[in-house]
Design a binder for this molecule. Sequence first.
Ligand code: TRP
Length: 334
Amino acid sequence: MEAMKPIVMSGIRPTGFLHLGNYFGAIRNYVRMQEEFECYFMVADLHSLTTHPDTKELKANVHRVLAENIACGLDPDKAAFYCQSHIYETSELYLYLNMLAYMGELEKTTTFKDKVRMQPQNVNAGLLTYPVLQAADIILHRASLVPVGKDQEQHLEMARTYVNRFNHRYGEVFPEPKAFNYSQELVKVPALDGSGKMSKSENQMATIYLADSDDMIRKKIMKAKTDSGPLEPNTPKPDYIENIFLLMKLVSSADVIEKFEADYNGCNIRYGDMKKQLGEDMVNFVSPIRNKVDSILNNEIYLKEVMQKGEEKARKSAKGTMELVRQAIGLNYY
Ligand code: TRP
């Protein structure tokens, strides 16, 4: 028998287009994990209803997030890649966990408080129990490793709290899930305007999306802030220049990077040339992914098969867990 692999689970919200930060910060790790672990990757469509009650674009967004992740290397034959709403067991487990989650702690959650501020006209109970649904997603597969960024740490802490309450009250069913990433320092992909990281919603001109056209990529990079260059050899780089080098390190070859480092340190760097080079290397990196996304999106039959395959794998795992759960709670009357 094959040795049991640790179980990995993560969720991806189907809102907006993926960008370079998502690729280097998350998807690239998923692609590596699917080789080593038993992986469940889920499109969090139910979670998106807490903030996006209008579902006109939902189907297109779900298709896009599936296609973008697959184009980046996520393999539906290796990992289980499924939609949250297809696995009803998630909703059942969510209901049980709601009885273990207290109002006071839910109201204190940072993401809840942020959303109350952002959408005061729609403070629904689903927003309040968002972390409970997330806990259900994870423990439905009895996963112990959850590849997420810092912003999700509090939700994971809450998942551990519910796991401990459940195990304590009804008997040991779940392992404690913890955040997991390969590198200690998560890869940060800087925005092109020197304002922090690339992000989904902030300055779109400072973020490179996997769906950007070649010309759009070139244009965004040419707009990145530079100056007239250092005046003394080996001057430390200002942030906005360091960022251009960081982006280059993600997509350019070692000799290209070496050349511009030498130019910088020798005070004869030409930022126009550097950005042109980065633009071309970025186009060469992004355009094959974008073309693959387009061809997947044009193949609805393939997308349906992906979702069905994912659903089948996720349900198998979910069924096993839910039998244990109902038994442990005492919902077994005959
Ligand atoms: N809340 C996560 C986010 O905003 C998405 C998510 C939903 C998730 N369910 C999950 C992440 C389970 C990890 C595990 O990005």
